[in-house]
Design a protein around this ligand. Structure first.
Ligand SMILES: C[S@@+](CC[C@H](N)C(=O)[O-])C[C@H]1O[C@@H](n2cnc3c(N)ncnc32)[C@H](O)[C@@H]1O
Length: 237
């Protein structure tokens, strides 16, 4: 993430349509990531369209479904998919080298229950995912957008919570983690009062770190910087 707000390839008339939660970096794609994308995207990749996605067709079965938004390099997504072969796991990440890295792990570990979308999650949730179709949403270490003038770019906002509520099944679970206390408090401020969510943590409002959440690249970075970590969980009413 950089502070450069200007990177967008949208047509002029759409530029001011919406504040994005990401800046597309031209990060280096390794040869391995490119090879994995070339070889595996046709099988594991999902192209963005404005049509509804038939997840039964995409995964070739009817199963419980989780999505991870902003999976980065995909460690948490792959670990979850391996630990839960009965669950179909869709990762959404705008950063293409991250998708390549995910597919390298899919190949290395022979994972079959993962699919990837390389597109803005706001649009995927708005157009491609059908209402009440998802059992769990994971959002781990979303970009914190530290500066006050950038807080509007944070992914977790009331309108995004509406989108999450729309795709989650009643009883479905939203899991979040951040290493930035101010963002944790912001998430609580948005979600604790949202009519479709119930905070399922203890009296503190936060969860103990779940054993099944592997250390991600950003969490390791947070540890190096001496940050704390705040885990949260909400149930869709
Ligand atoms: C700080 S990184 C964390 C990555 C990973 N979850 C981890 O813990 O290492 C946040 C990621 O979210 C992605 N992202 C931000 N906004 C997004 C959006 N609207 N749709 C999809 N991905 C997004 C960014 O590209 C970035 O890779």
């Amino acid at each position: 993430m950089t502070d450069n707000d200007s990177v967008t390839s949208e047509p002029e008339n759409l530029k001011h349509r919406r504040i994005r939660s990401f800046v597309l970096r031209m990060g280096r794609m390794t040869a391995g990531q490119q090879r994995a994308l070339d070889a595996l995207w046709p099988r594991f990749g999902i192209e963005y369209t404005t049509d509804s996605l038939n997840l039964d067709e995409v995964f070739g079965r009817h199963a419980p479904r989780m999505i991870e938004i902003g999976f980065g390099t995909g460690e948490a997504l792959c670990a979850y998919a391996q630990a839960h072969p009965e669950v179909d796991c869709l990762g959404i990440e705008v950063h293409r080298p991250g998708a390549g890295h995910l597919l390298l792990q899919v190949e290395q570990y022979g994972i079959s229950n993962v699919r990837a979308s390389c597109h803005d999650a706001v649009e995927v949730l708005t157009h491609q995912l059908v209402p009440a179709s998802i059992d769990a949403v994971h959002i781990f270490f979303p970009d914190p957008w530290h500066k006050a003038r950038h807080h509007k770019r944070r992914l977790i906002q009331p309108v995004f919570a509406d989108l999450l509520a729309r795709v989650l099944k009643p009883g479905g679970i939203l899991r979040l983690a951040t290493d930035w206390q101010h963002y944790a408090e912001h998430m609580r401020a948005v979600l604790d009062v949202h009519p479709s969510f119930t905070n399922v943590a203890d009296d503190t409002g936060y969860m103990p770190r779940p054993d099944d959440r592997p250390l991600t690249r950003f969490e390791r970075r947070g540890h190096r910087l001496g940050h704390g970590v705040w885990d949260m969980a909400y149930q869709r009413r």
